[in-house]
Ligand binder design. Structure first.
Ligand code: SAM
Length: 277
């Protein structure tokens, strides 16, 4: 906000959050932009402006993000109702409303949820806000799955001898082929007990007809490169797992609920659930 100059009238004090410092709020952060897109409140003006630039190029991005959250809700409710009581949500993002533990614990109050994310802002928000029994947030990078699986908080809350639902929703998009995303998923599922499930959603270019949109208007201070993959590539993550019905489909088509859904042509992501035999 502008002040009225020295000696003239009132000076207004500029508000700055103490914890994140000037850089964090004056520059867009990908997790906060996503938080804005899904209707969250943990975002600032720079994130809003970045989101508007995004939506100017591709309004489908919001449909995809919202549809993804609804996919998370349906899959978690389905798996909790089927008896899974442990959840590992990797690349969890800023606390969403409702979050995974609220859905799982509505079905089973004893359900336990470990959230993980490599973004320090996401991790500190989660650690401050996730005070509910049976939940925790760890700062971890999926590219080092052994560090994540060995984290003392994860080991405190999750029993590797019992089935666990591992959520990788719109996060493998951040992992380049040379970083071996398939090997990462395999390592996680090798760790998980039989009966465990992989909940996965992933962005795709399969439905983007016009490739000449001006994507270069969207850039972050710390650049993020997202990898869109086609259906066959995404299917590879489910190798060795039994795909639950209806298989790998566009997000609105995975066991649709009764609520409003986006037109599938505007949802640029696939989702599916695989069970470890
Ligand atoms: C698009 S958001 C998805 C949030 C949530 N999974 C959902 O489906 O609503 C992607 C999240 O993945 C996190 N992320 C990106 N790369 C990661 C990595 N290498 N390890 C852990 N988290 C990562 C980002 O910080 C961000 O919070």
């Amino acid at each position: 906000m502008k002040s009225s100059g020295p000696g003239v009238g009132l000076r207004t004090r500029e508000w700055r959050p103490a914890d994140h410092g000037r850089r964090a709020v004056s520059e867009a952060n990908p997790a906060r932009v996503y938080n804005y897109l899904v209707g969250g409140k943990d975002n600032y003006l720079a994130d809003y402006e970045q989101a508007q630039r995004f939506l100017g190029v591709a309004p489908e991005v919001r449909d995809t993000a919202l549809s993804n959250r609804r996919f998370v809700h349906r899959t978690v409710r389905h798996l909790a109702s089927g008896g899974i009581s442990q959840f590992l949500d990797i690349g969890a993002g800023l606390p969403a409303n409702p979050n995974v533990h609220e859905i799982a614990q509505a079905v089973n109050p004893r359900a336990r949820v470990v959230y993980a994310d490599n973004d320090p802002i996401v991790a500190s928000h989660g650690q401050a806000r996730l005070t509910v029994s049976g939940t925790t947030m760890v700062r971890a990078d999926i590219r080092s799955p052994d560090d994540l699986l060995g984290h003392e908080e994860l080991r405190r809350l999750l029993d590797p001898g019992q089935p666990v639902a591992i959520l990788l929703t719109l996060v493998l998009d951040y992992i380049e082929d040379r970083e071996d995303p398939i090997g990462i998923v395999r390592r996680l599922m090798d760790w998980a007990a039989p009966g465990s499930c992989l909940v996965l959603s992933h962005g795709t270019g399969d439905f983007t007809l016009d490739t000449d949109r001006e994507w270069e208007v969207i850039s972050f201070e710390d650049p993020v490169s997202l990898v869109a993959r086609d259906r066959d590539q995404i299917m590879e993550y489910f190798s060795g797992l039994e795909l639950l019905d209806p298989g790998l489909v566009q997000l609105p088509s995975w066991r649709p609920g009764i609520g409003a859904e986006s037109d599938p042509s505007r949802v640029w992501a696939y989702g599916g659930v695989g069970r470890k035999p």
